[in-house]
Write a protein that binds this ligand. Structure first.
Ligand code: PMP
Ligand code: PLP
Length: 531
């Protein structure tokens, strides 16, 4: 797509909300164009003197880009916690220093980073991001722009306010990120959920909802905005492949819909889970960073030849959530409106964070950052493999291969507990299906679908009640997971009342992950045994 002749973004300004259209440029911003003029004595801005900034420099020791291996642990994943705890090699770091005043004109410096400036952020960071977008995302149109923001929570909130008027509806996945809905609901913007399968939002269901839209019955116009989490979907862990993205993009062109792609887990893409016995003794040979990039499912930006995608990227999962830094990738028209909005709230993300991250990225350079991301993706692959191996030790996991997109064809399900050879194990019939899940191929979540219809008290307790009863028992036993109902886009989705749990394998130490699965399985078994 990038190699073909690319056109400019088309005019999609009819999607702007009334609020966004009403935003004016601050007259003070008109001063900015003179700032680069040599010898200019600027007395116009209310800027404190850099001499009064108390920091002469800031810095720290940063890990080197190849700190984490790019070769998975293979069959050894269950031992890898041992190496992680006891076999740690010394962390190698390099110092990063940002002076207040630059010794060379283009050096990242605090005098600029901590001063008022434009809300587009540090130029060095902007340059890095622009090059990164061109090389990795390869936009399908020629004038694609970027704009920094303070993380995807801010990114979505700004995008939604720039696009939606009160009373409008937005398209989402059936199960979605609750904070995204929390930011639009108070503004009178509600979700229209679209059914999902193991690749996330279904294109046939999307088309059906749009084609059959009945404004009177729905009480609102057909949605013109979609909020989607296409990779390592929160909460389902689903990842959308290229074919599905293209289908959805084409439907959005047909029905004139803006896609807001909230993609915090994009670089945490993994290969399919294989049971331990099927994994190589020594693990697969390490891929090169070029292979790593080439295997990533493309983003919606790659299919976007019109400028109808607003992509949200965040450094939260790759550097740290507290960095509060991310960026939009979108058309110049949307970027300009989003910038106007930023000018009246955060102005720009914090200068300390921006300068540290800009210095880190420009020190690592493009190749170093890709190597870092590759190392992180491998870490999450090992964690995913280890976590699912723990389930395999507790339960009979049966692998089934579903057809493309068939949610029903879950690739793993947990059937009856392994016979323990004692009287207790005779109590429940072999084959009682307690739950199922699809091993995720991205991100940090395992989405478990409970089979409470097989629970002895299903006749007296609805599934929602059983979900919270079991969740409480698991929490009381010392493991906190997220109950499924938190993530339902609304109570009308077909699966809304069914039991689900979202379990994150991203953070706990390996022995704790193992212990958590043991507790989960013990409590769940006892729960299904009760009469
Ligand atoms: N309010 C007033 C009255 C100001 O003069 C300024 C700075 N010129 C601001 C707000 C902006 O403050 P901040 O940098 O904390 O966003
Ligand atoms: N969007 C999704 C889908 C997420 O899962 C998360 C984090 O959990 C966020 C946004 C928050 O991102 P940020 O830290 O960039 O605001």
């Amino acid at each position: 797509m990038a190699q073909e002749k690319r056109e400019k973004a088309i005019d999609l300004s009819h999607h702007l909300s009334e609020l966004s259209k009403a935003r004016q440029t601050s007259p003070l911003k008109g001063l900015a164009k003179f700032f680069g003029q040599p010898g200019l004595i600027s007395l116009a801005g209310g800027m404190p003197s850099e001499a009064y900034f108390p920091f002469a420099n800031i810095g720290g020791d940063a890990l080197i880009p190849d700190s984490f291996a790019v070769k998975t642990a293979g069959q050894e994943s269950s031992l890898s916690w041992f190496w992680k705890l006891f076999g740690k090699t010394k962390e190698r770091t390099n110092p990063i220093v940002i002076p207040k005043f630059p010794s060379k004109p283009d050096e990242i410096n605090l005098a600029t980073a901590l001063q008022y400036g434009t809300s587009t952020g540090l130029p060095q960071l902007q340059k890095f991001i622009d090059e990164f977008i061109e090389k990795v995302y390869q936009p399908g149109y020629s004038d694609c722009a970027s704009l920094i923001q303070t993380g995807n929570t801010d990114g979505w909130s700004r995008a939604m306010q720039t696009l939606c008027n009160p009373g409008e509806l937005i398209l989402t996945e059936d199960w979605t990120y609750p904070s995204a809905l929390a930011s639009c609901r108070p503004l009178g913007v509600d979700a229209v959920p679209i059914a999902m399968d193991k690749e996330g939002m279904r294109s046939d269901e999307l088309r059906k909802v749009l084609a059959e839209w009945d404004e009177k019955a729905r009480g609102a116009k057909r949605p013109h905005v979609m909020y989607t989490i296409p990779v390592g979907q929160n909460p389902s862990g689903a990842t959308m492949g290229a074919e599905r993205k293209k289908e959805i993009y084409d439907i959005c062109v047909e029905y004139d819909i803006i896609i807001v792609e909230d993609d915090p887990y994009f670089f945490l893409q993994m290969s399919e889970y294989k049971p331990k016995s099927a994994r190589d003794m020594q693990s697969a040979p390490a891929e090169s960073d070029v292979q790593f990039l080439a295997k990533l499912a493309p983003t919606f930006v790659k299919f976007d030849y019109q400028g109808r995608v607003i992509r949200l990227d965040t450094f939260s999962k790759y550097i740290a959530p507290g960095s509060r830094l991310g960026f939009f990738t979108c058309s110049p028209m949307f970027s300009e409106r989003l910038q106007r909005q930023g000018e009246t709230s955060t102005q720009a993300p914090c200068g300390f964070g921006q300068s540290l991250i800009a210095q880190l990225l420009t020190t690592w350079k493009f190749n170093g950052y890709v190597r870092w991301l590759h190392g992180l993706a491998t870490q999450y692959t090992d964690r995913r493999d280890f976590f699912i191996d723990c389930f395999a030790e507790e339960f009979h996991l049966q692998l089934t291969t579903g057809e493309r997109g068939a949610w029903a064809g879950c690739t793993v399900y947990a059937a009856s507990p392994k016979p323990r050879g004692d009287a207790m194990s005779e109590k429940y019939s072999v084959g009682t299906k307690m739950f199922s899940f699809v091993p995720p191929t991205s991100g940090m979540f395992l989405w478990i679908k409970m089979n409470f219809e097989n629970h002895p008290s299903i006749k007296s307790d609805p599934e929602e009640t059983l979900e919270m009863k079991l969740w409480t028992k698991i929490a009381e036993a010392g493991v906190l997971i997220a109950p499924g109902w938190y993530f339902a886009a609304n109570e009308d989705i077909p699966d809304a009342g069914r039991g689900h749990f979202r379990i994150s394998f991203s953070n706990a130490e390996y022995p704790d992950l193992k212990k958590a699965v043991q507790i989960f399985s013990k409590v769940t078994r006892e729960f299904f045994e009760q009469q």
